[in-house]
Design a binder for this molecule. Structure first.
Ligand code: ARG
Length: 594
């Protein structure tokens, strides 16, 4: 395995050794290594250790300093302040480490696999049948996709589950309407020029609104619709066939949005609420028999000490309603059983709106009481915040309706294409086709990056102007930095890229090199914490450090000795590969030429 020990891990190890030599009782202590502005790293752990050992911190720091033994790795170590150590690694170590990363035969840049990979079932990208998707569904899809990619990269086995809303009493009304208006969903297959995703959605939307209107105004229709719910739940084949039409039509629409998002969703992973129907009765029986759930006013409920409504009364999780119907909770509890016992998950991850946090808290606690979740199998909601409009209110059209996602993505692509077109010049000389393809990758990337670069739990403003800006923390900025490097590499002609560890490095080269070396630990941390924003922040900083390097250090200059050109090309190349890999983990493309 070609994993490369990062410089910070090496420095950490050497310091821990020195600490143990200087103070035997500190053998297992953490030197608390931090990045520092004064040097490459600062060790802050000596202060507390000295206090505990009853010695003077500066004196202990001096002893640690004397015990540090790492001639190749460290260029300088000095005691500072009340007892910190400032540590500077050698230029040679930086270049050698990057060379080891670049030489990784698997192309992983030396990023190690997780020590104890397991099976994660991730619930994401779960829109609702016969309803327009909204920006919340976009968040779930974008964040979920990035987390899947990061986890798989670290060696985790990932099972995707798209828990679409394809069940419930609203289908009675829809199906009954279709029975009475049988040609409403008829059209040719898309291959034969039939409905596109957008048309599918507008068909469904029209039908939904018409059915709703009837349902609200016509008492007899209401009765017929209610009867259809019963037929559906009883598994009546004709009713099911009509229901399936809605599901298929909706999937056509979902897939068109996912496709535009440059995201692959496989049909086999779409297991909607209906997929757990056969488990619901058993789930209730298990909960009732174990006493986890109790009957209360006819309903099967789970109570929690700490969950109370505004009136002070306990709010239960209702697993089965008093009329015998099952709802969202019974389905989710059945899904837990399926994921734990059939899919053998160690981790259940739910990428769902923070406004559903109470539901998941109750579901998880119930599953824990039932013994389905325990110390070995855990469940986490990766809760995301609300997408806001420029006015700071939840993102809606002026008329207060959900914004059509396809329109939104189209607009992002259109604006990005304009940016690409404007930046195009004789040097880049993109063809019209390339402008269009790149525009799509930049536009979709901008939307994804804006979502991924703030920590998921926070709300963020949907601001297309800012998203496609070339300045600031945007994917566009990162993509342009990447394309600039690729252009340098193309222009390098005969000059090759090769590491020269014997060369002294300029400050911007050191800063860039040290940051490239942090890629592995950043990916590990972002994956372990389900935190794509940490990777996004890393990549933005990498692009910025590259920009500084490029402004201050000539790469292809005749004035440079050949080995300096080679070493700088090597830095460029390794940076580009890191940017490319990092962006790929976020689900964002990096065009070669911009
Ligand atoms: N369909 C739901 C919605 O639109 C999200 C489903 C979340 N997943 C789950 N297992 N409950 O809000």
């Amino acid at each position: 395995m070609a994993s490369v020990t990062s410089l910070s891990a090496s420095v950490h190890q050497r310091l821990a050794d020195a600490l143990a030599a200087a103070l035997p009782e500190a053998a297992a202590a953490d030197p608390l290594l931090r990045r520092s502005d004064r040097a490459d790293f600062q060790a802050n752990g000596i202060l507390a250790l000295a206090k505990r050992a009853g010695t003077q911190p500066r004196e202990l720091a001096e002893r640690v300093l004397a015990a540090v033994d790492a001639p190749g790795l460290l260029a300088d170590v000095e005691v500072s302040g009340p007892g910190f150590l400032n540590i500077t690694v050698s230029d040679r170590a930086i270049t050698e480490n990057l060379a080891a990363r670049a030489a990784d035969p698997e192309g992983r840049l030396g990023v190690p696999f997780a020590e104890h990979p397991g099976i994660t079932v991730i619930d994401y990208a779960q829109p609702n049948v016969a309803k327009e998707m909204h920006v919340g569904h976009l968040r779930s899809a974008v964040i979920g996709d990035a987390v899947v990619r990061m986890l798989e990269f670290t060696g985790e086995t990932v099972v995707r589950r798209h828990h679409i809303g394809d069940w419930g009493t609203q289908f009675g009304m829809l199906i009954q309407y279709l029975v009475e208006h049988p040609h409403e969903l008829d059209h040719k297959a898309p291959e034969a020029g039939g409905a596109t995703g957008e048309e599918a959605m507008s068909n469904l939307d029209r039908l939904y609104k018409a059915a709703r209107r009837l349902f609200d105004t016509d008492e007899e229709f209401k009765v017929r619709a209610r009867r259809k719910v019963v037929d559906l739940q009883a598994g009546d084949p004709e009713t099911l066939a009509l229901w399936q039409k809605f599901v298929d039509e909706s999937k056509l629409y979902f897939q068109s949005v996912f496709h535009k998002l440059d995201m692959e969703i496989h049909d086999a992973d779409v297991v909607g609420e209906s997929g757990y129907n056969s488990m619901l009765a058993e789930t209730c029986r298990l909960l009732e028999e174990s006493g986890v759930a109790v009957r209360s006013e006819g309903a099967l409920c789970v109570f929690f000490d700490d969950i109370k409504g505004p009136d002070g009364k306990p709010v239960p999780l209702i697993v089965q309603k008093s009329d015998g119907g099952y709802g969202y909770a019974a389905t989710d509890l059945s899904a837990v059983r399926d994921r734990v016992f059939a899919l053998k998950a160690n981790t259940l991850l739910y990428v769902v709106d923070a406004r559903q946090a109470l539901h998941f808290r109750m579901v998880f606690e119930t599953a824990r009481r039932a013994g389905w979740l325990n110390d070995d199998v855990s469940a986490v909601q990766l809760a995301f915040g609300t997408v806001l409009g420029k006015d700071g209110k939840p993102f809606k059209t002026r008329a207060g309706e959900t914004v059509r996602l396809e329109d939104l993505l189209d607009e992002a692509i259109e604006r990005a294409t304009a940016v690409v077109r404007e930046k195009n010049n004789e040097k880049v000389a993109l063809s019209e086709d390339e402008i269009v393809t790149n525009g799509a990758h930049i536009g979709v990337g901008a939307v994804k990056y804006a979502d991924l670069s703030t920590s998921a739990g926070r709300d963020y403003k949907f601001d297309l102007d800012q998203m496609v800006s070339l300045n600031g923390d945007t994917s566009v900025y990162i993509q342009y930095a990447y394309a600039r490097i690729r252009s340098i590499l193309r222009l390098s002609g005969d000059a090759r890229s090769a590491a020269h560890p014997e060369l002294a490095l300029a400050a911007p080269e050191r800063a860039l090199g040290l940051h490239v070396d942090r890629f592995a630990e950043t990916v590990a941390e972002a994956a372990a914490e389900f935190a794509p924003h940490k990777l996004a922040a890393y990549l933005y900083q990498l692009a910025s450090l590259f920009t500084t390097f490029y402004a201050e250090c000539q790469v292809l200059s005749e004035a440079n000795p050949p080995e300096v050109v080679e070493n700088r090309l090597f830095l460029c190349d390794t940076t580009a590969r890191t940017l490319h890999q990092g962006m790929a983990l976020l689900g964002i493309r990096t065009p070669d030429r911009l």
